[in-house]
Design a protein around this ligand. Structure first.
Ligand code: PLP
Length: 375
């Protein structure tokens, strides 16, 4: 365990950040495939099939598009495709990613009403219903399903129900959720949700995957922000013939197809269950070591766990030690949580032994810190 790293040696042997996540060998192998004409018949069939399978995984009769980009593009995609300037948007912020969505929306001059709750807590449907009652004419609600920065999962089905009852449009940042956490787009009434290839999709970063509900096209047609590269109408028109508006990110799409094979092979609901079980095991083990789970009980994320170290153990130093001494990469806190928490990802291609390894390393580090303090 405690061996010095050789100069230039790749130090990470257990990638436990909240994305990019490790790539399964099948995904790596798929990326070796050759280039093909992206508007040729073979590739068009490939794209059509892949998008169809993604629809099933999003549980929607609407459409799913795969765009070159990363999760952050989703914030802009939602704004320009769902809104008319002047539309009021209720943005729910309980972490750094919600906060970033706010900053993007402000640049577009969106008429925002922001409701922020203390980080670590989850939004409850009753709160949201209350705000929707007291705030007239909210056209859309924006929420982050899984706040990667705090390890909190907001109760999306319940929130979606109250948004739908209020007649508003629901756009969801599902970047660290989709594929790993339960999602029933149509049954819950999610109008638009986006995710990133580098999270539960077990692919390299570089794709933003956008689910569009069946009743969302009306909203998209009405929207009037200037939009070009992110215009979902163009993705829809192209997808009818298995195309993308621009050159397709062919290698990434091969990777995604391999990942979809794996998810289907395991069974989507089994994937969700595996994430929940591993997260529950990890929380218990970390709590037994003296860590405190940062997320409000009952709303802990199944894809990333945020932990406050025991008193006297600096979080950032722990992050450094895990990497330097154990070859395990985890995240520290971001924004105002920097130095206060560590975050351990268990999303995508992850097994129990990967997390046992983290627990063992954390135990050794706590032991080392405590014994050096008492010495
Ligand atoms: N939203 C959430 C919830 C995220 O976790 C992330 C990245 O971790 C993003 C948005 C931004 O995604 P990207 O870094 O792929 O642009």
């Amino acid at each position: 365990m405690f061996r010095e790293r050789a100069e230039g040696e790749l130090s990470i042997r257990n990638l436990r950040i909240a994305g990019p996540t490790p790539l399964p060998p099948e995904v790596i192998a798929a990326m070796q495939r050759p280039m093909v004409p992206h508007r040729g018949a073979w590739f068009r069939r490939f794209v059509k099939q892949l998008l169809g399978r993604l629809r099933v995984l999003h549980r929607t009769d609407g459409e799913v598009f795969v765009l070159p980009g990363t999760g952050s593009a989703g914030w802009e995609i939602a704004i320009v495709n769902l809104l008319v300037p002047g539309d009021r948007v209720l943005l729910l912020v309980n972490g750094d990613f919600g906060e970033r969505w706010r900053r993007v929306a402000e640049r577009f001059g969106v008429e925002l009403i922001v409701r922020t709750i203390p980080y670590g807590q989850a939004f409850k449907a009753e709160q949201v219903a209350h705000w929707l009652e007291e705030l007239p004419k909210v056209r859309a609600v924006f929420v982050v399903y899984n706040e990667t920065s705090t390890g909190v999962t907001n109760p999306l089905p319940e929130i979606a129900a109250v948004v739908r009852a209020a007649g508003a449009v629901l756009a969801v940042d599902g970047v660290s959720a989709v594929g790993g956490l339960p999602l029933e787009m149509d049954a819950w009434g999610v109008d638009l949700i986006f995710s990133g290839s580098q999270k539960a999709w077990m692919c390299p970063p570089g794709l933003v995957i956008v689910g569009v509900g069946p009743r969302t096209w009306e909203v998209i047609e009405r929207a009037s922000y200037p939009r070009a590269f992110w215009d979902l109408r163009e993705y829809r028109a192209a997808a009818r013939s298995g195309d993308l508006p621009s050159t397709a990110p062919i290698t990434h799409l091969y990777a995604l197809e391999a990942a979809v094979d794996l998810i289907e092979g395991e069974g989507l609901e089994n994937v969700w269950r595996r994430h929940q079980e591993l997260a529950a095991w990890f929380r218990t083990a970390a709590t037994e070591l003296g860590f405190r789970c940062f997320a409000e009980p009952g709303y802990e994320s199944a894809t990333v766990t945020a932990l406050e170290p025991p008193p006297g153990i600096p979080a950032d130093e722990l992050v450094t030690r895990l990497e330097e001494r154990h070859g395990i990469a985890v995240n520290g806190g971001q924004g105002g949580l920097k130095g206060k928490i560590i975050r351990v990802g268990h999303v995508g291609w992850v097994r129990r032994s990967d997390l046992e390894d983290v627990i063992q390393a954390l135990a050794l580090e706590l032991e080392a810190s405590f014994s050096s303090k008492s010495a």
